[in-house]
Design a protein around this ligand. Structure first.
Ligand code: FES
Length: 119
């Protein structure tokens, strides 16, 4: 069953917004690649609202000594309280992957509207 979340234009590319749908607190992310993601809104570390964090990317090098590149813009949320980072595409915590993960939810985009797609 699908539940309307917002209009596409409510979340510009490279930004995120908080919504609550079916009593589920969500952060809707619109990546710079134009893909929408939904994750549970509260950080599993100490429950900060992830929509108050920073949406960005990763700075990575192919190998030690190689030049750094900025990648995955608009796919990584950094929590405002203690800086833990979460991959919005999978919910993986990049800071403590063995301990923490945030739930993700499937979305549908149809005719300019974003829907939560729950079974
Ligand atoms: S509450 Fe998010 S990193 Fe601590």
């Amino acid at each position: 069953m699908k539940y309307r979340v917002c209009l596409q234009q409510d979340v510009p590319p490279g930004e995120m917004r908080p919504f609550t749908v079916k009593n589920i607190p969500l952060v809707i992310v619109h990546s710079t690649k134009g893909v929408f993601y939904a994750i549970y809104r509260f950080c599993p570390h100490q429950h900060s609202d992830l929509s108050t964090g920073i949406l960005g990317g990763l700075t990575q090098a192919e190998e030690p000594g190689a030049p750094f590149a900025y990648t995955r813009a608009g796919e990584i949320i950094r929590c405002a309280w203690h800086g833990f980072s979460y991959d919005v595409t999978s919910g993986a915590c990049l800071t403590a992957p063995e301990k923490l993960r945030v739930k993700t939810y499937p979305l549908l985009v149809d005719d300019g509207e974003v829907f939560l797609d729950l079974a």
